[in-house]
Design a protein around this ligand. Structure first.
Ligand code: HEM
Length: 183
């Protein structure tokens, strides 16, 4: 439990806390604005650049984020905050690579249309809608929770993290499921 006491006794860091709302909401608006604008973009790719591996990469990155988050949750429940932080940082890095690669891929490729019919089609679009809506809605709250953690702002961190963690896990799980159904 020494690990936990070491973290809990840290004083809140002003720099991480003061501007967290401005940073989280500004970054979220920029990322979501870029993602929405991808629908209207179809930029040409240099001939020697093949990005067809990207959808598979995205599914792998989401799956790895899912397991990093599970590990981060497991370790915080055991009071091992160092490992909680390590796995959260893994999830943040994997998710950042995912967002950048997603933007690059969708700026240069038209979306693939789902071919399934009947019940499976309803299941697919329900999962896709859940994934898209939750991913967009969760982004500012994930950033806020992360900055509260980095700023040692524990009480608000715990309060927000309790619902951010499960919803973030849903986002990471529904992405690869949609990928498997589509390809
Ligand atoms: C988006 C990023 C993060 C998420 C989703 C997250 C998630 C969680 C969750 C689910 C809890 C348990 C809440 C409860 O039920 O009491 C928690 C607590 C905690 N987290 Fe995070 N965390 C994140 C970032 C961080 C960071 C960067 C640190 C830095 C060390 C950190 C340190 C802690 C600490 C010290 C606790 C309190 C442990 C306790 O008092 O039992 N977290 N976090």
């Amino acid at each position: 439990m020494f690990d936990k006491q070491e973290f809990i006794s840290q004083k809140p860091k002003e720099a991480w806390i003061k501007y967290r709302h401005v940073i989280a909401w500004t970054l979220s608006v920029i990322v979501l604005g870029v993602v929405v604008s991808l629908r209207y973009l179809n930029l040409p790719l240099p001939e020697n650049l093949d990005l067809t591996f990207c959808p598979t990469l995205h599914a792998i990155l989401n799956t790895l984020s899912f397991f990093s988050l599970l590990a981060a949750w497991f370790f915080v429940m055991r009071g091992q905050i160092k490992w909680h932080r390590i796995f959260i940082q893994c999830a943040m890095i994997l998710s950042t690579i995912f967002v950048l690669s997603y933007i690059l891929y969708h700026a240069t490729h038209a979306p693939v249309t789902y071919q399934g019919e009947g019940l499976i089609r309803t299941v697919y679009f329900s999962l896709l809608l859940t994934h898209i809506v939750l991913a967009a809605a969760m982004l500012p709250f994930i950033l806020l929770t992360w900055m509260q953690g980095m700023g040692f702002n524990w009480a608000p961190h715990k309060k927000l993290a309790r619902w951010v963690m499960p919803l973030w896990l849903v986002v990471c799980a529904t992405g690869p499921i949609c990928y498997l159904m589509l390809y």
